[in-house]
Write a protein that binds this ligand. Structure first.
Ligand SMILES: [Zn+2]
Length: 354
């Protein structure tokens, strides 16, 4: 499932470029997440983090005042994009019980967003994103996905920082309560579930903050992402383990709990919503600062991992489906059949979906 595909380029320098690029995308430290050393993938290099801080000026909040920018939408003649109705979100784990419910109004946007168009769908490097998603041969899948969760959260946090960092003149970020009174992604609005299980609208910055706090808490939860409960190296991953053990679950041999797969899927779905909001509500700010290709690069990597390992469903990705479909047509993302998605998660106790 993680094998490389025909997408693979012949030119090894491209793959090298993409590895360098992802290192360079360490835009911001993800709220201390960088301090979480996943075993076997220690990635919180203090020197590197210092460099990140020094580079923060490159990521100042973009201005929306640039009137020479294109609008985020195209000519009216193009008509609205085809975005099916978003499904109601599934119930989540208990710790997420106060969150997650999606609904959609029928006010489709009048024009095709520019970010769904090929002219704006490029990246900051050329290369094969499968090389970033492919699991090393001897690494157990749960361990690999834990590593991916930390990395994806760090990259997303860097992108969110672009709209969160207060502007010097206004004293607020681009995404603020008055600008984004709901957690919307075009025609889709994500609502929060209050303690009485009622859906409520939260301003997007509040929603996103809750998600970031929640995801960071999960990653640093030793019962979910264990890092130090092994006195010796975990056993080498055996491809036959799922077959040999009828009670196998994703990450079991590396010490991850049975709920691990469900938890990371819930996390991934919420992280996706943050990307969807960035595109639908704030893409123009990324364009203004010529950062839209960085956003695309982080997002396509996020989507690729999610598709390859079945971390979200087609319904989850509906608000951004036109861009995903475009990247599939371009060969940037591999075709992932539903059967392959099922196989990708068959090692776990929870089927794809939810
Ligand atoms: Zn916003």
């Amino acid at each position: 499932m993680a094998s490389r595909t025909s997408l693979e380029m012949d030119d090894p320098e491209w793959e090298w470029d993409i590895e360098i690029m992802m290192d360079n995308l360490e835009l911001q430290q993800a709220n201390g997440v960088g301090g979480n050393h996943r075993r076997a993938f220690g990635r919180a290099n203090p020197a590197r983090n210092q460099n990140q801080n020094q580079n923060q000026n490159q990521n100042q909040p973009p201005s929306r005042v640039n009137t020479s920018s294109p609008s985020g939408y195209g000519p009216p003649s193009l008509g609205p994009p085809t975005i099916p109705a978003a499904p109601a979100s599934p119930s989540l784990t208990q710790s997420m019980a106060n969150n997650d419910h999606a609904h959609q109004n029928n006010n489709a946007p009048p024009k095709t967003p520019l970010f769904f168009r090929e002219a704006y769908a490029g990246f900051i490097v050329k290369g094969n994103f499968m090389t970033l998603a492919a699991k090393p041969h001897l690494v157990e899948e749960g361990e690999w996905l834990a590593h991916q969760m930390v990395e994806q959260n760090r990259l997303l946090s860097g992108m969110l920082k672009c709209v969160e960092t207060p502007d010097r003149s206004s004293g607020r970020g681009i995404c603020y309560e008055q600008a984004c009174p709901t957690m919307s992604a075009g025609p889709t609005t994500y609502t929060w579930i209050d303690t009485n299980r009622n859906p409520i609208n939260l301003p997007a910055p509040t929603y996103i903050k809750h998600i970031q706090t929640w995801v960071n808490g999960k990653i640093q939860d030793q019962s979910l992402f264990p890092t130090d409960n092994f006195s010796s190296a975990p056993p080498l991953f055996s491809a036959n383990a799922p077959l040999d053990d009828p009670n196998h679950w994703l990450g079991k041999t590396s010490g991850f709990p049975q709920r691990f797969e469900t938890e990371i899927k819930n996390m991934y779905k919420q992280m996706f919503r943050c990307y969807a909001h960035l595109y639908w509500q704030h893409w123009i700010a990324f364009w203004d600062t010529s950062s839209h290709r960085e956003l695309n690069t982080c997002f396509v990597h996020f989507v690729n991992v999610g598709r390859v390992y079945g971390l979200f469903t087609d319904k989850d990705t509906e608000p951004m489906q036109p861009l995903i479909d475009l990247w599939v047509r371009q060969g940037v993302l591999p075709e992932v059949k539903k059967s392959e998605l099922s196989a990708a998660s068959s090692s776990g106790a929870v089927p794809v979906g939810g």
